[in-house]
Ligand binder design. Structure first.
Ligand code: ASP
Length: 401
């Protein structure tokens, strides 16, 4: 199983699925219910695995680490890594948007705005401790489930001998969940085909997509260039130095997860795949079980980069001068807004309200970048998942050392 989904042949199948999906959606130019269904079945199957995987892997991670000092160290490394890499991503975006100036001298119709949701960072913090864990699980809210599992795992260690059967039970749940995910991955080429074809079809096919892309051309180029620098230069260097791994080999191991991230536009839905790919790449279970679920919800390098670029693009569009201090504030708030964004499609668009409000930019500006967001979302989600994966390898190595 491991070898069949990791083989070059299988990666080619997924790429073919994506390519065929792109061609089909581009030509047909509308949604076809049967093709859409193929994508939905795959997406549902992935989502179905999220809670069992997170819950069991977190508990397993904590009980395997055992020693609370070691756990604290891993937590510290994880948070530090997440903050530093997100900060690096935002800085890359800010530098590029200031050089390219994609919003200067163009006028764009400000389309339908996103509903103004009274969103605050405090909501995210408040949501960490669940009122009802079953409800959080059924809503698919990852952070409260992580909190509960972490607490549960720590207390298993404290209780000791009497709680041993519980940790053995969850070890079994994790093993089964991984295996189930491996079976689901076998359907990835078809699922990816369905997801890409139906989304491009929904966007109106090639001609409509081309118009959207050209209309926001420089903006899209700035976001994509920034994401590429982070994904192909910054993160590989970090991986090479701190995890002592070959970036190309690791990228290949992660390819199933990365293609799925692009097709689903959701880090959370991709999480089961990210976990299996990282496990196959030889990252220690106790590390990945802890680092990845957390990463899928709080570590979003791609989203942070995009939010910073979009905020300054909007300022340029409205001809609003942004001071250096405001740029620094954008760096900080974009980092927070990315942490607050859930790993679901276009969540970053909503949390961007935090950034715009803090520096006093018009929220209606979001309407200007809406048309192309569904596409950029896919690219930033792929970078988010890549950032989490590199993080798990880096932290694993740091813990060994
Ligand atoms: N779709 C992104 C993710 O799931 C979040 C976002 O930037 O909208 O990682």
């Amino acid at each position: 199983m491991k070898n069949s989904t990791k083989s070059t042949k299988f990666i080619i199948y997924i790429m073919l699925g994506m390519l065929l999906g792109g061609i089909t959606g581009a030509i047909i130019g509308k949604e076809i219910p049967f093709i859409k269904l193929l994508g939905e079945l795959f997406l549902n199957a992935l989502k179905m695995m999220i809670i069992p995987l997170i819950f069991s892997s977190m508990i397993l991670g904590v009980t395997a680490i055992g020693d609370s000092r070691k756990l604290g160290k891993m937590g510290g490394f994880t948070i530090l890594y997440y903050l530093l890499t997100t900060f690096l991503a935002v800085t890359t975006g800010i530098i590029l948007v200031n050089i390219i100036k994609p919003g200067v001298g163009i006028s764009i119709k400000v389309g339908k705005n996103v509903t103004e949701h009274a969103y605050s960072f405090l909501d995210v913090i408040r949501g960490i401790i669940p009122e009802n864990i079953i409800q959080s699980m059924s809503n698919g809210d990852i952070l409260p489930v992580i909190f509960f599992a972490l607490f549960f795992g720590i207390v298993i260690n404290i209780v000791g001998e009497k709680a041993k059967p519980v940790s053995v039970f969850f070890e079994g749940v994790f093993e089964i969940s991984l295996k189930m995910t491996h079976y689901i991955i076998l359907f990835a080429p078809i699922g990816v085909f369905g997801l890409v074809a139906s989304r491009l079809g929904q966007a109106g096919g090639w001609f409509a997509f081309k118009d959207e892309l050209i209309g926001l051309g420089f903006y899209s180029v700035t976001v994509i260039l920034g994401l590429s620098i982070h994904a192909f230069i910054s993160l590989p260097i970090i991986l090479w130095i701190f995890a002592k791994r070959s970036p190309i080999k690791f990228l290949k191991s992660m390819s199933d997860a990365l293609f799925t991230a692009f097709s689903t536009a959701s880090s959370s839905a991709t999480l089961p795949l990210t976990m299996t790919c990282v496990e196959d790449a030889g990252v220690n279970r106790s590390t990945s079980g802890f680092v990845l679920p957390l990463g899928a919800t709080v570590n979003m390098d791609g989203t942070a980069l995009y939010e910073a670029v979009a905020a300054i693009f909007i300022a340029q569009l409205y001809g609003i001068e942004i001071t250096f201090v405001q740029q620094v504030i954008i760096v900080l708030t974009a980092t927070l807004a990315a942490i607050g964004a859930a790993g679901i499609p276009q969540a970053g668009l909503v949390t961007m309200i935090i950034v715009l409000k803090t520096v006093g930019l018009p929220i209606e500006g979001i309407g200007a970048i809406l048309a192309i967001d569904w596409f950029l979302d896919r690219i930033r989600t792929t970078v988010n998942v890549w950032g989490d994966s590199v993080g798990s390898a880096v932290i694993d190595n740091l813990m060994k050392e």
